[in-house]
Design a binder for this molecule. Structure first.
Ligand SMILES: *Cc1c(COP(=O)(O)O)cnc(C)c1O
Length: 362
């Protein structure tokens, strides 16, 4: 078996134990004589799988009882539309634009109402999080929207914005379950699971119950109305059953690691190894303002395109793959999600040191 260290931003690395367990259960899930992929989503076995997944997620995140957990499809992108469709009662919302994903969500919301850009960090290629302590949030805004961890640029909100009492909606795709969160500070938390939780095809949305109503924008598709899904415990139509099953295994794995406090400590340890090196290197440098750095996505550059391309290629030959940066930032990006072992980060830094030594003249 030749596993590589996979630094992809998503779909991304999953815990080996989870993959192994899924492999062991592939042909015969616990005596059922079939794979989870082949069984009815209305049957007793799958009912147990989805209920247990939800219970484990609730336990991990300490989700209060007045929040619903939905397992949805359509990627985070579909929620860019579902959020305004379900929440824009006044047809107005405030968006904080801190990267491509926030920008896409803001543009999408503009199709359904007035999406007011109340802050942005685009002036410096989204390399920081703007001060959101006293924003000009419209009185009649239905919600304030953030992308909490900016996958492409490697920034994270370490303090939530002051929403001036408005409901906060957060896309947490790339920081989902990376550290403990106080769910009660949010109205809606959602994310595609293919970054930090499971296989592509599942979106998890955690929504405060009072926001799940029939009062949605006219023309909202049945499938995008949260109430449709909530009333049917995410089984209105055929759910992404196999993906949910894998997510459930990852939740168990996270609990076994000691829960989100322990995961956070581990993530901080991993990120520190990489950032400390970046801060001391004469060849590589991080692209993000220090206080806004993400624990999950770490972009860095050399500043010489030819040398960057060679670095990515040589790293790959050394079993360190998917380090090419997003096309809008260039350079490199190491995504070091929950399932990236510390050894992977150590090996990356050791390789970067070697590369630096070989490519800098004394
Ligand atoms: C990847 C990503 C998206 C897009 O996700 P899809 O599931 O492909 O729609 C949205 N937001 C964030 C923060 C992401 O990292």
């Amino acid at each position: 078996m030749a596993r590589v260290y996979n630094f992809s931003a998503g779909p991304a690395v999953l815990p080996v134990e989870v993959l192994q367990e899924a492999a062991d259960e592939m042909l015969d899930y616990r005596g059922s004589g079939m794979s989870v992929m082949e069984m009815s989503h209305r049957g007793k076995i799958f009912d147990g799988i989805i209920k247990e997944a939800e219970a484990d997620l609730r336990e991990l995140m300490q989700i209060p009882d007045n929040y619903k957990v939905l397992f949805l499809q359509g990627g985070a992108w579909t929620q860019f539309a579902a959020v305004p469709m379900n929440l824009m009662k006044n047809r107005k919302a405030a968006y904080i634009v801190t990267g491509q994903w926030a920008k896409k969500a803001w543009q999408e919301a503009g199709k359904y109402g007035e999406a007011v850009k109340v802050a942005s960090s685009e002036d410096k290629t989204f390399s920081y999080i703007p001060d959101c302590s006293d924003l000009d949030i419209p009185e009649d805004a239905d919600y304030v929207y953030i992308c909490e961890n900016n996958t492409i640029y490697g920034t994270k909100f370490h303090t939530l914005p002051n929403t001036k009492g408005k409901d906060l909606v957060a896309d947490v795709s790339s920081c989902f379950l990376s550290e403990p969160v106080d769910v009660s500070k949010y109205a809606v938390i959602y994310g595609g699971v293919q970054k930090n939780i499971g296989p592509a095809g599942v979106v998890i949305a955690i929504i405060r119950e009072d926001l799940i109503t029939d009062d949605v924008l006219e023309g909202t598709p049945t499938m995008l109305k949260w109430k449709t899904q909530a009333d049917n415990d995410s089984l209105f139509n055929t759910p992404p059953a196999y993906g949910i099953y894998i997510c459930g295994k990852v939740f168990k794995w996270l609990r076994k690691q000691g829960g989100l406090e322990a995961i956070k400590a581990n993530n901080e340890k991993k990120a520190k190894i990489l950032y400390d090196y970046l801060d001391s290197s004469k060849l590589f440098r991080g692209t993000v303002r220090k206080e806004d750095r993400s624990l999950m996505n770490v972009p860095f550059v050399i500043g010489d395109k030819e040398m960057e391309a060679r670095f990515v290629k040589e790293a790959e030959a050394n079993g360190l793959v998917s380090l090419k940066g997003h096309r809008t930032v260039g350079g490199m990006r190491a995504s070091i999600y929950n399932a990236m072992p510390i050894e992977g980060v150590e090996k990356l830094v050791a390789f970067m040191k070697e590369f630096e030594a070989a490519n800098t003249a004394e």
